[in-house]
Design a protein around this ligand. Structure first.
Ligand code: SAM
Length: 278
């Protein structure tokens, strides 16, 4: 896919979401746009792009659909294993000691997609049992895409989805069998609040002890990564923990975070950095 209409579309997507559509993704972009065009009763991608180019408020809902269609929503429970082992074995035990006075833990799961990531975190909190009894626990889960948030909020997963990352024991303990699949149990669901949030909008929620932002920065350019990470530095407690995806790093992007030694994917605020960033 090439031409001025397509270039215009790529710019719109990057400005709206940060997603960079490189030429080698042409086929993927075209097939996703084709689906939107068909659903909208348009003859094809050229007509869709032409309509977007007209701009204006009447085109806005169509543009939102197209931008959302460009995002990859791949996710699964306890994805990559290590971050969740580090959270349960290292980060949470330290924070439980550090927050003994307030007995409050706030976790932000940014770009949460269909919800497997925040529910995996909720399972770990629940499995800490008596150590967190009586604590105020909050997981705020956000994503750009309202349609994927609807699925996350419903918390209903197919057999295939629960097989990806969940042990039988965890599935039986934390999910309820329904006709259409497996639904997260009400006590797990109650820990997670979902809401739309665009990482590029800058209005970051604040006061978090842990932030998960995994497998989304990989789609952004370096400037956008820097903006997002600096916003997260302000949103995170000084002794808080940031988890990025296995292909993501802060190196060469920002010095607002540093890698925690011996802990792949786990980042922390360098001493004295908070004052500089504020
Ligand atoms: C590949 S999924 C990652 C899901 C989960 N974090 C994981 O690692 O399994 C990427 C998600 O990022 C979301 N996303 C893309 N651009 C975004 C933006 N600018 N702000 C917030 N979310 C965004 C997409 O809608 C998608 O659900």
């Amino acid at each position: 896919m090439t031409g001025p209409d397509f270039e215009h579309f790529c710019r719109l997507v990057k400005d709206r979401s940060g997603l960079v559509l490189t030429p080698h993704k042409g086929y993927l972009v075209e097939s996703r746009l084709n689906q939107v065009a068909r659903a909208e009763g348009l003859s094809g991608v050229p007509q869709l792009l032409e309509r977007l180019r007209l701009g204006g408020p009447s085109v806005e809902p169509l543009l939102v659909r197209c931008v959302e269609a460009m995002a990859t929503h791949e996710s699964f429970f306890f994805r990559d294993g290590t971050p969740f082992d580090l959270l349960a074995g290292r980060v949470l035990p330290r924070l439980v000691e550090a927050r003994a006075a307030t007995r409050t833990l706030r976790i932000w799961c940014a770009a949460c997609s269909s919800g497997q990531e925040p529910y995996s975190i909720a399972i770990l909190l629940k499995e800490m049992g008596a150590r967190l009894a009586g604590w105020r626990l909050e997981i705020t889960a956000t994503d750009l895409s309202r349609s994927i948030l609807k699925k996350a909020e419903a918390g209903l997963y197919s057999d295939f989805e629960v097989r990806r990352g969940l042990t039988d024991a965890r599935r039986e303990r934390w999910f309820v069998r329904e006709e259409q699949g497996w639904r997260v149990s009400p006590d797990l669901r109650a820990l997670v609040g979902f809401r739309p949030h665009n990482l590029l909008d800058g209005g970051f929620p604040g006061g978090f002890d842990v932030i998960f932002c995994r497998n989304v920065l990989i789609y952004f350019d370096v400037e956008q990564k820097r903006t997002v990470l600096q916003g997260m530095a302000r949103a995170l407690a000084e002794d808080g923990a940031l988890f990025l995806g296995s292909a993501e790093t802060v190196l060469g992007v920002t010095d607002a975070f540093e890698l925690t030694p011996g802990a792949a994917g786990l980042f922390r605020r360098p001493v004295g950095e908070r004052a500089r960033i504020a």
